[in-house]
Design a binder for this molecule. Structure first.
Ligand code: ALA
Length: 455
């Protein structure tokens, strides 16, 4: 049994997907995927329960870890490419088994994230409906573990957006562009009101839970950064992958980190951090300082923001499955592209149903940390892939090279591992079970059906 066979043994595969995305589309795709439940929901929880006003440092720390990984992503996306993102890079850089592990990991990241964000979305929608005197019956808003039956709004939004993605890439990129503008306007509105209402006394004590709290906060708000890697799943649909990918990944991450730090500092500056453990902290804080209508607009903007995150993740999820199936590691049906829409329609609809079930029956709290551990593990493997590929394929054409090599990938490995270690043990347990399941699937199905094995 050969566990480290690499993809270079597979003949070049021409893409059937349509090349229609440019750098600007990718930055919008990135911002669309990155800014969502993290800033609109988790900032308050992290400030109130983990970091206090030092949540701004939590964002800086998580952003720093991501930037190391992002530079590695950009190098691999530009030189290796492929619709499968980190899965594809590991396949070429290290070998099939590790690629399978990372692919399985990404299925967890993308699938579970959509469910988590959909749950947050339904909470905001319920808040917005309340403003107009309407209410979703609680039994149709809560999961069984919360005393309800199903989170129907969350199920609905996942299925609806899956259909949008299935219709075609360009359409979903356009829908996304409109939503990103709304999201940025919402944040600008928050900043322009909050900046005149800061009370410096709210920043004292700055680090009420100490260094440990700040780092645990970083492990939690890391969720807010997940998504820049989704840009890399579009590598086969870019006009000029080398240039577009680099600008798309680094650009969107830099913009989002800046926004997060500003919003986190202002949020904890306008109200005491201890009051922020609520479902809609950003809107809540603006309401608390007496701006009712602006708070309503912010809630609507948050709904738009969460929508675009789901849109990109459904897209990324289907492309990961597409890539793994094309390599023979998953059944063929996942890589069938529809002749009219040029998208893997069956895969997208399958993903939509799975993710909507997750959104309907699980609670956000249970899944957010699971997403983080899976994603951090994927980032660590991406950084390792850069180190290995530089050694094994020194002549590979690299339009973008990670600066300060090998310091950046090594720092990426250290910082992402550090954040993983600060997650609860129960999250680790769930992660280990998921990965063990993945290995069973690999050895029972994927190893035999791999294109490498067949060729
Ligand atoms: N970064 C995404 C969000 O915050 C997953 O919703």
């Amino acid at each position: 049994m050969k566990l480290f066979r690499t993809k270079s043994e597979v003949p070049h595969q021409d893409t059937e997907l349509k090349r229609c995305l440019n750098s600007f589309d990718l930055i919008l795709l990135g911002i669309g995927a990155i800014i969502g439940a993290g800033i609109f929901v988790l900032t308050g929880i992290a400030a109130a329960t983990k970091a206090g006003p030092a949540v701004v440092l939590s964002y800086a720390l998580a952003g720093l870890a991501c930037s190391f990984a992002a530079l590695c992503y950009a190098e691999l996306a530009a030189s290796v490419g492929g619709a499968g993102s980190a899965y594809n890079y590991a396949y070429v850089g290290i070998g099939e088994l590790i690629a399978w592990i990372i692919g399985w990991d990404l299925i967890l990241e993308y699938g579970v994230s959509v469910g988590a964000v959909a749950i947050g979305w339904s909470g905001y929608v319920n808040d917005a409906l309340n403003v107009f005197g309407l209410q979703i019956p609680p039994i149709l808003l809560k999961t069984p573990s919360e005393g309800g039956f199903i989170n129907l709004a969350a199920v609905f939004i996942v299925l609806f957006l899956s259909c949008i993605v299935a219709i075609g890439v360009k359409l979903s990129a356009r829908v996304n562009a409109v939503i990103v503008v709304i999201k940025l306007l919402t944040i600008t509105l928050f900043i322009s009101v909050a900046i005149f209402n800061v009370h410096f006394s709210n920043w004292v004590p700055f680090m009420p839970f100490g260094w440990k709290g700040m780092v645990e906060g970083a492990s939690l708000v890391f969720f807010a950064f997940i998504g820049f890697d989704a840009v890399s799943t579009a590598a086969e649909e870019c006009v000029n992958p080398q240039r577009n990918m680099t600008i798309g990944i680094i650009g969107s991450l830099a913009i989002c980190t800046t926004i997060y730090m500003v919003v986190a500092a202002l949020l904890t500056g306008i109200v005491p951090y201890s009051t922020l453990n609520v479902k809609s902290p950003v809107a809540h804080a603006i309401l608390a300082i007496g701006h009712e209508s602006i708070s309503g607009f912010i809630a609507l903007g948050a709904i738009a923001g969460l929508t675009s995150v789901m849109l990109i993740f459904i897209y990324g999820f289907s492309r990961i499955l597409y890539s793994m199936s094309r390599d023979g590691l998953l059944p063929k049906v996942f890589s069938e592209v529809h002749h009219k829409t040029h998208t893997p329609v069956k895969t997208i609809l399958f993903c939509g149903v799975m993710m909507s079930l997750m959104a309907g029956f699980f609670s956000m709290h249970t899944v957010a940390e699971l997403v983080n551990i899976g994603t951090l593990a994927a980032f660590v493997i991406v950084c390792i892939s850069v180190l290995i590929l530089r050694k094994t394929k020194p002549d590979l054409h690299r339009p973008f090279k990670t600066p300060l090599f090998p310091a950046v990938p090594i720092l990426g490995i250290i910082s992402c591992s550090y954040l993983m270690l600060n997650l609860p043990w129960v999250t680790w347990l769930r992660f280990v079970i998921w990965m063990a399941l993945g290995l069973i699937v690999y050895f029972c199905y994927s190893y035999k059906n791999s294109r490498i094995h067949q060729s």
